[in-house]
Ligand binder design. Structure first.
Ligand SMILES: CC(C)(COP(=O)(O)OP(=O)(O)OC[C@H]1O[C@@H](n2cnc3c(N)ncnc32)[C@H](O)[C@@H]1OP(=O)(O)O)[C@@H](O)C(=O)NCCC(=O)NCCS
Length: 273
């Protein structure tokens, strides 16, 4: 990554082409959501969280608009939420090339570890909503079980495919690493395979492989549910952690995580540390 220097809340790459900023308006977040769709639509887990319901092209536009409203509403309601993005200056025009959400928690954010997520982004009363609620709740459950403490978390880290491997993801990481170091808090992320490579480079370590597990009696399944499982599973990730300050002896990390992983969760979990 090229050297970076700070100008108040904005960091600027040496080439002066990439700038890191924090979202203040819905139109800034809308531009990040366009990047999320471009970067993440091919990811298997994308469709559960950003479903396209109905006939293809118009339905896709509606789904993108719905996700823009939903993420903005969620951001406005959540004082821990910071959307960070990187712009590139090209031909005199600034465009958004990457973005992510950092959530900075100075206290335990999970007072109710059993609270479930209701996938309101699927139609009310639909089997899709029941299915996506189960997927979303399971995806979030390990973090609630293991990170009931102050920490910084990353969600929806995305860089335009044509701008990847040029340091944009690293600039988005820098913002959060500085917060973690200043506040002396841990970091946690549910990583995709390419995200994992980025986080490894920035001091995160693998702590567990996590996969959504549907334990049900096959005979009771409806055809719609079976179809959803066929289309949307597996959903899995590598749970990654960064200790306070970014460093800790390996055996000390292993000792901490051996204890944390004892907290039962519904998912399939394999310890990696
Ligand atoms: C993950 C992602 C955000 C990385 O963004 P990026 O701008 O390409 O990251 P950087 O250029 O800053 O990469 C920094 C380092 O991370 C590692 N890295 C990043 N992506 C990698 C990949 N696909 N394969 C191997 N290493 C990778 C490399 O060590 C890289 O350094 P190098 O290019 O000097 O070798 C981007 O690949 C992406 O949007 N992927 C699709 C969406 C996704 O999976 N997001 C993560 C969700 S958890």
């Amino acid at each position: 990554m090229p050297p970076v220097w700070r100008l108040s809340s904005v960091s600027v790459s040496k080439a002066m082409s990439f700038e890191t900023k924090e979202v203040r308006t819905k139109s800034e977040l809308d531009a990040i959501v366009d990047v999320i769709w471009a970067a993440m639509e091919p990811e298997p887990s994308h469709a559960s969280f950003f479903p396209i319901v109905g006939s293809r092209e118009l339905a896709r536009e509606r789904a993108i608009e719905e996700s823009k409203s939903r993420l903005w509403h969620g951001h406005e309601m959540d004082s821990s939420s910071h959307w960070i993005y990187v712009t590139e200056l090209e031909d005199g025009k600034q465009s958004v090339v990457g973005g992510c959400q950092w959530r900075i928690y100075d206290t335990n954010p999970f007072p109710d570890p059993d609270a479930r997520i209701n996938a309101t982004w699927w139609p009310e009363g639909s089997t899709g909503r029941a299915f996506a609620s189960e997927v979303a709740s399971q995806c979030h459950q390990p973090r609630k079980a293991w990170m009931a403490c102050p920490h910084a978390g990353i969600t929806l880290m995305s860089v335009l495919p044509e701008k990847q491997r040029q340091g944009v993801g690293s600039q988005l990481m820098e913002w959060g690493l500085e917060q973690m170091n200043d506040r002396d808090i841990e970091g946690f992320v549910e990583a995709s395979p390419s995200g994992r490579q980025l986080y490894l480079k920035h001091g995160f370590v693998d702590v567990a492989y996590v996969r959504v597990k549907m334990d049900h009696d096959d005979l009771s399944l409806t055809d719609v549910w079976k179809e959803l499982e066929k289309n949307y599973l597996p959903v899995d990730y590598t749970a990654m952690w960064r200790p306070k300050g970014g460093h800790m002896p390996r055996d000390e990390m292993a000792r901490i995580w051996k204890e944390k992983l004892k907290v039962p969760v519904k998912n399939h979990v394999e310890g990696l540390i």
